[in-house]
Design a protein around this ligand. Structure first.
Ligand code: CA
Length: 236
C-alpha cells in the first residue's frame, strides 16, 4: 500500500443533503459515503434548516424546490447563524435563480441532472479551501499526487494529465491494491450505467499508462484479465 491516509483525510468531513427527491438524495449520499464523507439527509426545508443550524457540517447541499421551506429561505436561515459552505442543487437553470442563490450567500450551484464526478470535484475543492488540516499530497512509490493543485509528479518529472485522466488516476490511487472492474471504473469516473460501453475505460487507461507508466520501469497499473485493473506498486 502506498501512503494513503483515506480516513485521516476525509473521515471527519460531514455533509448535509437537503433534498426531497429520495432517488437524488440516495444517489448523492451513496457516492459521497463511498468517498469517505459522513452524510446526513433532510427531506424538507424545515428539518434541513434545523440540522444545518444545530449540527456541525463542513458542507451543505441544498435543493431549491423543497416542501416546508424552499431553498432560498433555508439558505437565509443558515446564513443568519453560520457560514457553512452551501451548494444549491437545482433543476432550475434560470440565470436569475443562479444569481439570486449566489447573492444570498451560496458558494456554488449545480444544475440537475449533474454528473456525480462533477459534484465530487466541487465538493473536494471547497472542502480543501475550507480547512487547512487536510494533507493534499498522496505518494505511491515515486508517484506523487497533489490534490490541491491536481498536479502529478513521477520520479521528479511533472506529468500533465487531462481532467478525465486525473480523475481516473485519482480513482486508482483511492483503490490502491484493489482489483477494480471496468464497470466500477465507468460508474465512478464517467457516471455511466452498468451496461455502458466499457471500451472507453480501456482507451482511457491506455492513455493514462502512456503517461504515468510507459516512460518508467516500475509499472503501477496492472491488467487483471477478464476482470479489470489493479493499481499497486510492485518491486522490480
Ligand atoms: Ca425538490
Amino acid at each position: 500500500m502506498g501512503v494513503l491516509c483515506r480516513a485521516q483525510n476525509w473521515g471527519s468531513m460531514r455533509i448535509l443533503i437537503v433534498e426531497d427527491e429520495p432517488k437524488t438524495a440516495a444517489y448523492v449520499s451513496k457516492g459521497l459515503t463511498e468517498h469517505g464523507y459522513v452524510v446526513d439527509i433532510a427531506s424538507n426545508g424545515i428539518d434541513g434548516l434545523h440540522l444545518a443550524t444545530t449540527s456541525p457540517y463542513d458542507l451543505i447541499l441544498l435543493d431549491v424546490m423543497l416542501p416546508g421551506a424552499d431553498g432560498w429561505s433555508v439558505l437565509e436561515g443558515i446564513r443568519a447563524k453560520r457560514d457553512t459552505p452551501v451548494f444549491f442543487l437545482s433543476a432550475r437553470d434560470e440565470v436569475a435563480d443562479r444569481v439570486k442563490g449566489l447573492q444570498l450567500g451560496a458558494d456554488d450551484y449545480l444544475i440537475k441532472p449533474f454528473a456525480f464526478s462533477e459534484l465530487l470535484a466541487r465538493v473536494q475543492s471547497i472542502l480543501r479551501r475550507g480547512s487547512g488540516k487536510v494533507d493534499p499530497v498522496i505518494q505511491v512509490g515515486d508517484l506523487a499526487i497533489d490534490r490541491v493543485r491536481r498536479r502529478v509528479v513521477r520520479d521528479g518529472r511533472r506529468i500533465d494529465l487531462t481532467s478525465k485522466e486525473y480523475t481516473l488516476l485519482d480513482y486508482f490511487v483511492r483503490h490502491d491494491g484493489e482489483v477494480v472492474s471496468r464497470t466500477l471504473i465507468a460508474e465512478h469516473v464517467w457516471d455511466m450505467n452498468f451496461d455502458s460501453d466499457t471500451n472507453v475505460v480501456d482507451v482511457a487507461v491506455r492513455r493514462l499508462r502512456a503517461k504515468i507508466d510507459d516512460p518508467f520501469d516500475a509499472k503501477l497499473i496492472h491488467t487483471v484479465h477478464g476482470v479489470g485493473y489493479l493499481f499497486e506498486q510492485r518491486p522490480l
